[in-house]
Design a protein around this ligand. Structure first.
Ligand SMILES: Cc1cc2nc3c(=O)[nH]c(=O)nc-3n(C[C@H](O)[C@H](O)[C@H](O)COP(=O)(O)OP(=O)(O)OC[C@H]3O[C@@H](n4cnc5c(N)ncnc54)[C@H](O)[C@@H]3O)c2cc1C
Length: 364
């Protein structure tokens, strides 16, 4: 019997798996179980054999490892070549291929889809498997009942609709998935899986692009998706200097970062890397402190899965108070310095969980 597969692309940088790969495994596991398929992970890089066990522990049934010095850093052409060669070597293409909507995934996925001559839905926030009955009087060959379609679900029309996009006429059905949205499976060290080495045969034309140097722009290194506490500033800050106050509040917590609304980014107050929301990052920290942010739907979709949301806004009717767990009505320039003062006072008594370090919540 031909093996049915759901394949996820696991990104790594310098031998370290990126969170998106584990998030894709979490979502891919559900799809594979519904399809009765194998969940396969593919990882490319150099000296990366050790990553296979992590992928298996987080849900993969099998891992394909393409380990070659020329794959050490991501380049479109060699990565595309290795992936298409592997997929075309299988008797059946995978039912579904998932990549992250990361910088790498956004570059690689369309190339791959074009070479596999299939469709691609970008930036999904949900995925499912289900039936689809289609009737096309002009082209009856396309009509029929498709039992196992990939439902690639993503916001459209400025979040007012969730579109379910289907392309069941050809496998693989492909999607990229927004980082931070899917939940990884907990690590299970007892899981067992198979590991396969992928033969790497590159054409000289694949190597026409040489990476001379990698320069990290410090303003782009904000990793909001990994922070446990995010202090976000909005247009209510009134000026770029307000972000210094956000930085001071964030500094009161370990593993924290500064986020922002799009309006603050569009005003040039802070780089885009900090933007949370529909066209920014999706985050789910332990604590999200929104300062001077109204809570527009496009912001909300990027942060409403945060464990505890604290909103500071001087307008008691601001939409953010409808979904925040704790609301403080007041001028952020009075509330935040007081929070910082009390947090700094408490800093000599470290506590187990960041929520326990917010004295300002007492009495509100
Ligand atoms: C297609 C599309 C995509 C978008 N994507 C995103 C996205 O990814 N992320 C995003 O954030 N937005 C996004 N937006 C924009 C979004 O619709 C809102 O315009 C934006 O989120 C508003 O930002 P804000 O809350 O900072 O500003 P405002 O809506 O202007 O709110 C400012 C808030 O600050 C409060 N305030 C003012 N002064 C103070 C003070 N001193 N103390 C306390 N509170 C104060 C005010 O009461 C107000 O509630 C998108 C819009 C579209 C159409």
């Amino acid at each position: 019997m031909v093996q049915k597969r759901v394949l996820i692309f696991a990104e790594q940088v310098n031998g370290e798996l990126q969170p998106i790969g584990l998030e894709l495994l979490g979502s891919g596991r559900l799809l594979a179980d519904k399809l009765g398929a194998t969940l396969s992970a593919l990882v490319l890089g150099s000296n990366i054999a050790h990553l296979a066990s992590t992928l298996i522990g987080h849900g993969a049934d099998e891992v394909f490892v393409a380990d070659h010095p020329e794959l050490a850093q991501y380049r479109t052409l060699p990565y595309r070549r290795v992936m298409t060669d592997l997929i075309k070597s299988w008797p059946e293409p995978p039912h579904t291929i998932l990549l992250g909507s990361t910088t790498t995934g956004r570059d690689l996925a369309p190339r791959l889809a074009a070479h596999l001559e299939t469709g691609l839905t970008a930036d999904c926030t949900d995925l499912d498997i289900g039936p689809f009955e289609y009737s096309n009087s002009k082209d009856p060959s396309k009509s029929g009942l498709f039992r196992d379609c990939l439902y690639a679900i993503r916001p459209s029309f400025g979040e007012s609709l969730k579109a379910r996009i289907l392309g069941p006429w050809k496998n693989p059905q492909m999607a990229t998935v927004r980082p931070g949205v899917m939940v990884p499976l907990p690590w299970d060290g007892s899981r067992r899986g198979e590991v396969f080495q992928v033969p790497v045969q590159l054409d000289p034309s694949d190597l026409s692009l040489q990476i001379v140097e990698t320069v990290r722009n410090l303003s782009q290194t904000t990793d909001l998706t990994r922070a446990e506490v995010i202090v976000s500033g909005g247009y209510g800050l009134g000026s770029p200097e307000g972000f210094e106050l956000m930085q001071q509040l964030a500094a009161c917590f370990p593993n924290s970062a500064v986020g922002s609304s799009r309006k603050a980014v569009d005003s040039g107050w802070i780089p885009y890397a900090h933007q949370v929301g529909q066209t920014g990052k999706t985050v789910r920290p332990q604590i999200y402190i929104a300062c001077g942010i109204s809570g527009a739907i496009q912001h909300r979709v990027g942060m409403d899965k945060s464990r505890t949301i604290i909103a500071i806004n001087k307008d008691s009717s601001a939409p953010i108070f409808k979904f925040a767990h704790y609301g403080i009505v007041g001028d952020l320039y009075q509330v935040v310095p007081e929070m910082i003062r009390q947090l700094q006072q408490n800093q000599s008594q470290p506590q187990a969980h960041p929520t326990e370090r917010i004295p300002v919540l007492q009495g509100h």
